[in-house]
Design a protein around this ligand. Sequence first.
Ligand code: ADE
Ligand code: ZN
Length: 338
Amino acid sequence: MTDLTSLAANAPKAELHLHIEGSFEPELMFEMARRNAVDLPFNSVEEIRAAYDFSNLQEFLDIYYQGMSVLLQEQDFYDLTWAYLTRAAADNVIHAEIFFDPQGHLVRGVTFADAVGGIARALGDAQTQLGISSKLIMCFLRHLGEEEALKTWEQAQPFLSLIDGVGLDSSEVGHPPSKFKAVFAKARKAGLHLVAHAGEEGPPAYVWEALDDLQIERVDHGNRALEDAALVKQLAAKGMCLTVCPLSNLKLCVIDDMQNHPIPAMLAAGLKPCINSDDPSYFGGYVNDNFAALISSLPLSRADIEQLLRNSFDGSFMDETDKQAALAKLDDYLVSAP
Ligand code: ADE
Ligand code: ZN
């Protein structure tokens, strides 16, 4: 490991862009398929892994929705979430903001209570047993449109005490943020945090819409924002955090080579990116693997790595006291790290 890779690996950090259904390792998926008597169109863990070869976001999403079909009981959601949290603890994640896709489960007859209940129970155990704090963000599947999102919002009402924010994910192109203005307005009125995937495959106009129409507090991905100088200026002026996912970008062909990843350009432009794993089981690595991939391919400095780590807490939805405590913990680590 290079010095910078171990500096990043051993640092306390937050992960702000993680789809819990995208952390489903094939071994656990097979075990759950067996115990729930669900048929998977694969005969082995090796066959599943071999299928993880994508040329765009949609090819990944098709397999991702298939994978989540084995999640049926509350305990399944608990086990999935607990598996991610123990893995994240090994990467020194001390705060995680986790997405889930309720519509991907409701459509299969899973109850909202079982999905959110299992996830929230594991998040509670992570606080007491692993020292990981967390937030839970419910995402709307943009390809299903706003009517469906509004229905999901209604179904979420009894569980809002367990949910900290709403997001927007799934197939981006053709499903602009402006279509989801009403449901985001409802979530804003209820006091929830607001984020959206934008500028992953979609154009800078979608990032503008997410800012202006949805009033998001954080951009998920945002790579293509760099194509629009006025947008970069606006994101920098707002101090808007971008939850960037390098291995995801490579696997989904958002970039052609890690050497061309926009992280250096984002830092140089005064943006506030942080590093995340997105769907680690599908994209070949957890958060420390994402740092390692960037560091081995790009001329990043120690100051850059420190900035990326700080941004992970700064861009989080931790309350101010917890945020300052986490930043102080990171600073203590950085001053004493070789
Ligand atoms: N759902 C899970 N991962 C996603 C991604 N990277 N983009 C959009 N939707 C997703
Ligand atoms: Zn994502």
